[in-house]
Design a binder for this molecule. Structure first.
Ligand SMILES: Cc1cc2nc3c(=O)[nH]c(=O)nc-3n(C[C@H](O)[C@H](O)[C@H](O)COP(=O)(O)OP(=O)(O)OC[C@H]3O[C@@H](n4cnc5c(N)ncnc54)[C@H](O)[C@@H]3O)c2cc1C
Length: 329
């Protein structure tokens, strides 16, 4: 299919690549431009190579999947529980968001089969998938080092940081929703999030995905996750392993065999967009409808302010493409 419509996507992260992969699978020939504020090098430098799993194998991604077990636990008052409760879930929410949430952490009670990507001897990290898709989607028009500064929704015109102008018929935003609202000068709804830091420890391959969420206020760690050869320690503070208190060390000990510590290769600390309080369906509908009026689609976890996994992003990409295809007919 051919169309004259010009589609502009803001952001060159995994959501955009999932979308472009679907465009390719459908043999669509849209004129697509991707605007990304980071450089190509920054994108592939794996700045957020987080543990990544799928609830099902996704055939259309055409990559190798491997079955794993996801073990989610909650650590409260020095005890590790296999099952979360609503009360513990809210206690965790109070700790990480500073307020009750009701909807953000609903995944405490899982011990389930899941799938990760395998690429040679590596498993389970986000950048394994993203790098495959970057290679596959490279024929698209990616403009790196290109930051969007303003969006005029009425005229469908984007102003870039360098002053250049980009016109579009359809806009897909993968950037955090608060950024989009700022760029369009619309404060449709209040959004809430807190930044967090991650310590990464590269060590020995482990096929299970183990996660523990910690409710104790005096432990400055929100959660610890182990997948593949990497252990992720997530904290609202910038911490290093050497400055942990006794209780923190006890929590970490459940994941790291200190005798093996010298075998671990690397440590880094990074800041991610953070923890956020999801939008309820009504508020989301309000936001989505507002942008839809101007041919703007939201795609991805932070773009929709909802806890989307990659499989949800694929579904959302399909919905967007279905709408675009219907409008083309
Ligand atoms: C510890 C951890 C574990 C996770 N586990 C999973 C998991 O198992 N499964 C799963 O599906 N998800 C998981 N996630 C979530 C997943 O990592 C994110 O949802 C996903 O990376 C978001 O990708 P995205 O493409 O939507 O957004 P991003 O990667 O944030 O892409 C948006 C892009 O927009 C660019 N940008 C921003 N502003 C502008 C601007 N003004 N102009 C131009 N460009 C701009 C940014 O530079 C960025 O590259 C996990 C996250 C964490 C932190």
């Amino acid at each position: 299919m051919n169309t004259n419509k010009k589609v502009v996507i803001i952001g060159a992260g995994i959501s955009t690549h999932i979308f472009l992969n679907e465009v390719k699978n459908r043999n669509l020939n849209y004129d697509i431009i991707v605007l990304e504020k980071k450089s190509y090098q920054e994108i592939i430098d794996e700045y957020d190579d987080v543990p990544f799993y799928f609830n099902k194998e996704i055939i259309s991604l055409n990559v190798d999947f491997e079955k794993i077990v996801v073990k989610m636990r909650i650590y409260d008052n020095n005890i590790l529980y296999d099952h979360g409760t609503d009360e513990l879930s809210e206690k965790y929410s109070e700790k990480i968001l500073g307020r009750k949430s009701g909807n953000t952490i609903k995944f405490l009670e899982k011990n389930k089969n899941a799938f990760v990507i395998r690429d040679n001897d590596k498993i389970g990290r986000k950048m394994l998938l993203q790098n495959i898709l970057i290679e596959r989607n490279k024929d698209n028009n990616f403009l790196y080092d290109t930051e969007v500064k303003l969006i005029n929704l009425k005229d469908k015109v984007i102003t870039l940081e360098n002053g250049n102008i980009v016109n579009y018929d359809i806009l897909i935003s993968t950037i955090p929703l608060n950024y989009l609202m700022n760029l369009t000068e619309n404060k449709i709804i209040d959004l809430f999030y807190k930044p967090f830091n991650i310590i990464k420890i590269y060590g020995l391959e482990d096929i299970d995905y183990k996660v523990a969420y910690c409710t104790d206020a005096n432990i400055r760690i929100n959660r610890i996750a182990r997948l593949g050869n990497t252990i992720f320690i997530e904290s609202p503070n910038k911490l290093s392993l050497s400055e942990m208190n006794a209780e923190e060390n006890k929590f970490i000990d459940m994941f790291i065999n200190k005798d093996n510590l010298k075998k671990y290769k690397n440590k880094t600390s990074q800041i991610f967009p953070g923890r956020f309080s999801q939008l309820n369906n009504n508020d989301y509908q309000k936001v989505e409808n507002f942008f839809l009026k101007y041919n703007v689609f939201l795609l991805g976890r932070m773009a929709t302010w909802k806890f989307k996994l990659v499989e949800d992003v694929l579904e959302d990409s399909r919905k967007i493409l279905n709408i675009l295809e219907i409008n083309d007919d």
